[in-house]
Design a protein around this ligand. Sequence first.
Ligand SMILES: Cc1cc2nc3c(=O)[nH]c(=O)nc-3n(C[C@H](O)[C@H](O)[C@H](O)COP(=O)(O)OP(=O)(O)OC[C@H]3O[C@@H](n4cnc5c(N)ncnc54)[C@H](O)[C@@H]3O)c2cc1C
Length: 469
Amino acid sequence: MTEQVPPVGPPDLAPQHELVSAERGSTPAASSGRAQAAAGAPVSVGTVSAGAVGPDVAGTADVIVVGAGPAGSSVSYYLAAAGLDVLMLEKTSFPREKVCGDGLTPRAVRALTSMGVPISESDGWLRNRGLRIIGGGGRIELDWPELSSYPGYGLVRTRTDFDQILARHAEKAGARLIEGANVTDPLLDDRTGQITGVKTKDGREFRGRLVVAADGNSSRLSIAMGLHKRDDRPMGVAVRTYYTSPRHNDNYLEAWLDLWDGDALLPGYGWIFGMGDGTSNVGLGLLNTSTGFGEIDYRHLLRRWLRGMPAEWGFTEENRMQPVRGAALPMGFNRTPHYTRGLLLAGDAGGMVNPFNGEGIAYALEAGEIAARVITQALARPTAADRERVLQTYPRQLKDAYGGYYTLGRIFVDLIGKPSIMQFCTKHGVKRPAVMRFTMKLLGNLTEARGGDAVDRLLNAVSKMTPAA
Ligand SMILES: Cc1cc2nc3c(=O)[nH]c(=O)nc-3n(C[C@H](O)[C@H](O)[C@H](O)COP(=O)(O)OP(=O)(O)OC[C@H]3O[C@@H](n4cnc5c(N)ncnc54)[C@H](O)[C@@H]3O)c2cc1C
């Protein structure tokens, strides 16, 4: 590990401004801020307890959450539901695009259900019943496993809709959202080095007893706190775009394990997810263990892959609805520690994408819930040392939940980076339903928490036995 982390000491978590917490949700100022945010208008920070603790402080809260993607909205929802005063600071304004495949597995569906997000088809969600896997000259459709722990269906929804729905859901629970707030720096206590708030590009300051970095893969806030990406952890890069296509109503998520341009095997893995709105989300990704990672022209790669597709699917330049856009997938805890000096990391900021399948939304939502539980308990403790003891359990809880599995994922990423191994697996695996059902549970991290069938028990045991690093 190359990062340098400043020494940890108990933070001073005494309430920054009791008045603001007491006023939460009841002041005309706070509710007018919420109404403006709900209407999609940038909120005047003056409506959020401006001037309450001094001329420079634009707002205070129990917890400042930086970023209103899935991780930020989840942690804010759970904190607000627990009665804490939460301020979400989001750089952009909703609705806004986010580069993504837009695919949600049953794991993400479970997380949405736990948050009480309405996900019926009449609310505009498209359900899918499983995965279609194409590779090694074979093709197989596998329904999501029937489990008590997870629903038997997945969803798709554009991130333009999805992220806005989640942010508004957190607001409804009582979190305050300020859009157009680009956080650039932490505010630090000179004496302890603890984070006491954040500063935005336009000079506004926001103070909180704790801060959550949910600002995605780049996590400027984490970097400013000395938390850099670990280069011993997997990283992916993926690109995607949308095409109008007759395949838009697909009820399987389609994953391509090998990509061909004529006889040439291309690097990477692809997906085609029907969006149900006349378009398909089509994309491909590469892992940093693959040859050519970082040097490849991804847009060209996508064009080469798609030119071999049947013409009637419509994946042509004329049908392309958006530019091809790309972003990184930080995997397997590639930024740690997940708690230091009053700052908790959730979602991509903490590198929480599943290395097995590139899924990040479910883990961002789940980490948000875990972080909120820890923060709620910590802030209820009477002394700084007490609170710190609770906060230190956050990285431990994450490790307990995903550590062994992510270690296995790192081994998997190394193996599939070798084309000969990958080709062997696709050639001999895809045509065998039993092997693929096992693979689906492994890759999707979809097993019964307790009991289950032999596959569940085996996968759980192996994950538990594998050291969480
Ligand atoms: C091409 C591609 C395809 C993918 N497909 C899938 C998929 O199909 N399914 C899946 O589960 N996962 C997928 N992922 C991964 C998934 O997109 C991420 O894991 C997920 O978005 C993580 O959520 P997050 O809340 O941690 O971060 P983000 O979604 O990145 O949200 C971070 C938020 O913070 C805001 N922000 C950033 N900087 C600042 C700042 N300085 N100040 C204030 N706000 C800030 C951003 O505007 C954003 O709203 C894909 C990723 C890529 C790149």
